[in-house]
Each structure stands twice: as C-alpha cells, then as structure tokens.
Write a protein that binds this ligand. Structure first.
Ligand code: GTP
Ligand code: MG
Length: 479
C-alpha cells in the first residue's frame, strides 16, 4: 500500500470555520489538529474547510462539501437513508448530552424514524459565500481516515463514516487515542482507560444499535445493555484500582510536603520535559510529539542544593481538552497544586503562544492553582530573532526568555529557582538534644544548616528553611 516517501496512512482534516473565529485562528486550529493526527501516525493528505454558521446537524458539512470530502476518500458522499430530515430534532440532538441522545434514539426507534439519519442542510450558506479550500490533487492513495476538528455527536460520526467510507475521528477521539498510546505507568493507563470508556460508551451504543437494527428491532437491546453493564463494571474496577494507587501517591506527596517543590506546567510540546532534563539531569522522555509526557516525574534539582529542590514534570495542556481527560489527570495536576513555585513554560517561538498561555492559565485556575506563586518562561529562545525576543519581554517584562538547549540559560533558571526559595526561607536556631541525634537527617533534608555549635543541652544548629518546615522541625526537637 504505502510507498517509501510516505509510509504513513493518509488522513483528511475537516474544519468548519464558525462565526467569530478569525482566519488565523481557524488555520492555527487546523494546524494543531494536523500535529495531533501526525502524532497518531497519519500523514495529512488534504484539508477540507468550510465557513458556516454552525455545524450541519447531520453531517457537519453541507452536502456540496460532503461530496467533495467523499471524492477524496472514495465514499458515496451521501448518507444512505430514506429518512426525511427533521432539523429541529437533529439540532436538539447535537446539543444534547450523551444520555439525552440515548433517550431520543430510543424514542426515534419507537416512531420508526432513525434519528441518526436525519440530515439538516438548510442552514448551509449559499455556495458563493463559502470560502473553502481542499487540496487540488487527490493523492494517489486514498485517505482512510477523516478527522474533524470539532466534537461530534455519535450520529454525526456515524453519518460521516457512511458518507465517506472512511474511519472518522473527532478531535477528542484523536486526543484520547494519543493518550492511550502514550500512557506508560499503571496509573496513567488506568486514567486513560477511564477517559476512553467514557468517550467510547455513547459511540459504542450507537454503532452497536445500528448494526442490530439491521438485524431486526428488539433483538439488540440485551446486547447493548450487556455492553453497557460491562463498561460500568470495568469503570468501577478501574476507579477502585486508581483510588488505591492514588492513596499511595498521596502518602508519598505527604512525605514530600516540607520539601522545596517546583512544577513545570504548560501547553503540550512547550519544552517542559526538556527543561526537566536540563535542570535535573534525568532521562525523562523528550519528543517532538503532542502529549509525550503523561506521567508526573519528580527529580532533584542538580547540582543538588541544601535543602534539595524537587522538580516535577507534568502532563501538557491543549485547547479544547475534553473535560473527562482533565478530570482523569487530576492527580497529576495535584502535583502542581502542591508546588511552592509553578514554572509556566511557553513555547515563545509558536505564533499562538498567547492563546496557549491562556489555556494553561485557565486549566490551572480550574484546579485552583492560580494562587500558587509562578514564573513565566518563554522557551525555545534559540528560535527567536532578537526583535521577537524583545517583543516578548515587552509584553511580559517579568518573564525569563530562555532555551532548554542552552546550558547558561538553564543555569540562570536554576539560580532563579534557588533565589525564589531563598527569599521565602526563614532563619532560626534548633537545639537537638544528644538523645535525639539519630534524627538529625531530618534537619538536613528540610533545611540548610548555616552553623553548628555544641553545648551541654545538645547540638545547636542555625538553619534556614521554609516557614512550614521550620515550624515542624522546631516542634520535632522541642525539649
Ligand atoms: N529549538 C528548541 N527546541 C526545543 C527547546 N525545548 C524543547 N524543544 C523541542 O520541543 C519538542 C518538545 O519538547 P518536550 O520537552 O518533549 O516538550 P513537553 O512540554 O514536555 O511536551 P509534552 O510532554 O508533549 O507535553 C522536542 O522536540 C524538543 O527537542 C528549545 O529550547 N529550543
Ligand atoms: Mg513532556
């Protein structure tokens, strides 16, 4: 099938430019979708884009554009159906929650109207008002996958599959699949499976339903019910397993509570793992892929400081990140919540850095991390012209502009981190009775010892530590 220059299967991107979305934003959205699709292993062969008031309720695109898309994939361009379009119902469906959609489907089955075959095209703009581009030449090999840059209802998804003859993904589906592929730890795998089952459940219902309807109504209900029960059971099992893992993690986090902690947060591919590597000398995965990192890694800042500073690398964010996925990565993000300092990593060389920063801010706001002290880092400075660098600093004079690949920049960042903690530390004297010398290690772990003296009461240490750590140490060694 594939030739040597293009060993990847081909995909077509589909985007609808809705009112209020500028050309630049629309192009950036599609470019990002292309990178997601590439991360998933496909080559983008063409893009079909249409300007519309809203997504067509039945098939996203209007009939003309749908036919154009189907020519690329080799499909028929229409949804095989005898059913009349009933727009209002279709629109309701589009807006409805998955559970509601399910009820409507049952209702439609009863009245004999196939809800998923309703196509409403009358909200399409006149042909001349459309600004559409598709790649001129259809590729020699046909794309086998269509990826739509919007969240699709189960019926839109199956309508598009029938019209194009290709496998159809929506944006969420692509992200869920990438997460599935990149999950490494047991915890991440479980989190992703929960998100995936939640995502697949309504779609599974739909496709199972239509297959069974072909076999005769009624016969399928028990099978669908069985699938649902299986999913429910599996979800319960996963949640239980996850709760146990997360309990362990909470304990580990609790043990680290007094340590100096920094979390790298930011948009996917901004360079968080690269900075993590550079700051800690660890071998975390760095890749030019979206969502390369799904697990939180915690390592000490190198060369080690006293007390040591722990750095965590976290999962990246993306615009329109499905809520379920955010929820399932909650525990990863708790790491950020408990840090004393958040480093917001932004790819300064990306023309959409502002909206990427906004996405990061809003996710962190959502989990309540907006009050954690933070520092803005514009990464990939090696790709910036001096003027671009200036422009960034003009917008954010408080930011650091740096490159994860430049050792002197990383050294400066290390210094910034150390100074941040230095400013928040307090000094005090601890007296360690001779009887409790065995616990001296705790002092060294959480504080920096400035001087030592001995007298009849014990060892007198002048130390610097964060206020909370100091309070705990003082209590621990009180006579
Ligand atoms: N030119 C340049 N490339 C960089 C820099 N930092 C990171 N990169 C590249 O950007 C890509 C993504 O880097 P990662 O460190 O994996 O990014 P991340 O933020 O951890 O991404 P996710 O884990 O996917 O969220 C890789 O190809 C890196 O080599 C930099 O300072 N300059
Ligand atoms: Mg990473």
């Amino acid at each position: 099938m594939s030739n040597s220059s293009s060993p990847r299967p081909l995909a077509v991107l589909v985007g609808v430019q809705l009112p209020g979305v500028s050309d630049t934003e629309h192009a950036a959205d599609l470019a990002e979708l292309g990178r997601l699709v590439h991360t998933l292993g496909y080559e983008v062969a063409a893009t079909v884009s249409q300007r519309r008031d809203r997504l067509a309720a039945g098939t996203v695109l209007g009939s003309g554009k749908l036919a154009e898309l189907a020519r690329l994939t080799g499909g028929r361009g229409i949804v095989p159906s005898g059913a009349k379009g009933r727009k209002s119902k279709a629109r309701e469906r589009w807006e409805a929650e998955a559970e509601e959609a399910e009820e409507q489907e049952a209702e439609a089955q009863e009245t004999g109207a196939e809800a998923d075959e309703e196509i409403a095209d009358d909200d399409e703009l006149p042909e001349e008002a459309l600004e559409a581009e598709a790649s001129e030449e259809p590729p020699a090999e046909r794309p086998t996958v269509v990826v739509v840059d919007h969240e699709l209802s189960p019926s839109q998804l199956s309508n598009l599959e029938r019209a194009t003859g290709a496998q159809v993904y929506d944006r969420t589906g692509v992200i869920v699949d990438i997460f599935h592929r990149h999950a490494r730890s047991r915890e991440a795998k479980m989190q992703v499976e929960i998100a995936r089952l939640n995502y697949l459940a309504p779609r599974l219902r739909e496709s199972t339903g239509s297959r069974e309807r072909q076999q005769g109504r009624g016969s399928g209900d028990s099978a669908v019910e069985l699938d649902r029960r299986k999913i429910r059971d599996r979800l319960a099992e996963l949640r239980e397993g996850l709760a146990a893992i997360q309990h362990d993690q909470e304990n580990r986090r609790y043990a680290r509570r007094d340590q100096l902690r920094v979390a790298l947060v930011g948009y996917t591919n901004a360079g968080k793992s690269s900075l993590m590597r550079a700051l800690t000398g660890s071998e975390v995965l760095v890749a030019d892929q979206l969502f390369a990192t799904l697990d939180t890694t915690v390592r000490a800042l190198q060369p080690e400081t006293r007390p040591r500073v722990l750095i965590s690398d976290t999962v990246g964010f993306i615009q329109k990140l499905p809520h379920d996925l955010v929820a399932s990565f909650r525990s990863t993000l708790d790491e950020a919540l408990e840090a004393s300092l958040l480093l917001y990593v932004v790819d300064g060389s990306d023309p959409t850095w502002e909206s990427q920063l906004e996405v990061t801010r809003s996710v962190l706001r959502e989990i309540g991390a907006q009050s954690v002290p933070s520092r803005l880092l514009f990464n990939k400075a090696d790709r910036l012209a001096p003027e671009a660098r200036e422009a960034l600093l003009q917008r954010h004079p408080e930011a650091l502009v740096l490159s994860a690949h430049a050792p002197e920049d990383v050294a400066a960042l290390r210094q910034t981190i150390i100074e941040f903690f230095e400013r928040s530390m307090v000094e005090a004297e601890l007296v360690i009775p001779y009887a409790r010398q065995a616990r001296i290690g705790e002092v060294y772990e959480h504080a920096r010892v400035l001087s030592e003296a001995y007298d009849e009461t014990g060892r007198r240490l002048k130390v610097r530590a964060l206020p909370a750590a100091m309070a705990r140490l003082t209590r621990a060694f009180q006579t």
